[in-house]
Design a binder for this molecule. Structure first.
Ligand code: PMP
Length: 343
């Protein structure tokens, strides 16, 4: 696969914005280059456009080189950038699974790029032949999500790698929930599959949805392309500072993840006992997809009780199902108490 052949012509020819800080190297003392205000340190200064310090820490954590990391304003940013870099509006297309995370569709729609959905099997797994059958010479990207949102299961690893083997474009694996699925990441495969891109986020296991910090991992060349087209200062100083602090709290995060997995397993059992629950799908994420009689009615009842879950009953393969995030034990208890009143 030649990445350059996949790239849109205008991106190939793009001369990226060059910021003041990009144009010097060395130890300067006086910065009169960027029209900043000398007062209100340190927030008067533009942030590091390549977030070098944050990437150094993430590189150690994820066992990759810093040049294989892209950082974005949530992982929604690389989703959008990948489509904009590779897909010519009105001509190229992307393929994804159904059901899955809604932003692939929204990002494609915003860019005027066709998105083709391929149904998962009844047990929420990939059908590789169906996926490859939807691709053509204008298919640039395949978006997969594992563990998948809203189904909660991890996709079969061999099937994902087989797709990466057979497809001529990029295969993007969205691993937003991977910290809840020990041993399932495809990160070690990155070096063997140059067309693989992995997305992760600090919004879930790391508890930092509010600071907006997402990651894309891929070949040096691919990361270079994303860096070339991103907003120059896409991550602000506050986010970078907070990330530096939280990246030192790996042990705390591991405790949260352990607790949430234990709560998830408990909720899986307890929810299955309700007479109106048809099925609790096994999950490797921090949520459960629960099929029940009259899901919409129960959703509305829970809203009245002040408890908000996600109604997925109109989503393909998810009829009569609610997606329930795993909260702390008190929050989960509130949900169970409210549901008990229905019996
Ligand atoms: N991917 C998936 C599968 C998600 O469910 C979400 C958020 N719900 C995201 C990406 C977006 O994450 P971020 O907050 O990093 O933009």
């Amino acid at each position: 696969m030649e990445l350059n052949n996949l790239l849109r012509e205008n991106i190939k020819n793009l001369k990226p914005y060059s910021s003041a800080r990009d144009e010097y190297s060395g130890d300067a003392m006086v910065f009169l280059d960027a029209n900043e205000n000398p007062f209100n340190e340190p927030y008067n200064r533009y942030p590091d456009p390549l977030q070098r310090l944050v990437k150094e820490k993430i590189a150690v954590l994820k066992k990759v080189n810093a040049e294989n990391i892209f950082l974005g304003n949530g992982s929604d940013e690389p989703i959008d950038l990948l489509i904009r870099a590779f897909c010519e509006p009105g001509k190229d297309n992307v393929v994804t699974i159904d059901p899955t995370y809604g932003m692939y569709q929204v990002a494609a729609d915003i860019s005027g790029v066709e998105l083709r959905k391929v149904s998962l099997t009844e047990d929420f797994q990939l059908n590789i032949n169906d996926i490859l059958g939807e691709t053509d010479k204008n298919t640039k990207l395949i978006f997969l999500c594992s563990p998948n949102n809203p189904t909660g299961n991890s996709l079969n690893k061999d099937a994902m790698l087989e797709l990466a083997n057979q497809f001529h474009g990029l295969v993007i694996i969205d691993e937003a929930y991977i910290d809840f699925a020990p041993g399932k990441t495809l990160m070690p495969e990155l070096e063997h599959y140059p067309n693989l891109v992995i997305l992760q986020t600090f919004s879930k296991a790391w508890g930092m949805a509010g600071i907006r910090l997402g990651m894309a991992f891929g070949s040096t060349e691919l990361i270079g392309i994303l860096n070339k087209i991103k907003y120059p200062y896409n991550l602000n100083i506050l986010t970078q500072e907070k990330a530096m602090l939280l990246l030192d709290k790996k042990v705390t995060v591991q405790k949260w993840v352990k607790l949430l997995i234990a709560e998830r397993d408990k909720m899986e059992k307890l929810l299955a006992e309700f007479p109106f629950v048809v099925k609790v799908h096994p999950s490797e994420a921090n949520f459960l997809l629960v099929k029940m009689h009259d899901a919409r009615g129960i959703y509305n009842y829970l809203v009245e009780e002040g408890i908000i879950v996600r109604d997925r009953s109109k989503v393909h393969l998810c009829n009569e199902s609610l997606r329930i995030t795993i909260g702390n034990s008190e929050e989960n208890e509130s949900l169970l108490s409210a549901l008990k009143k229905l019996i």
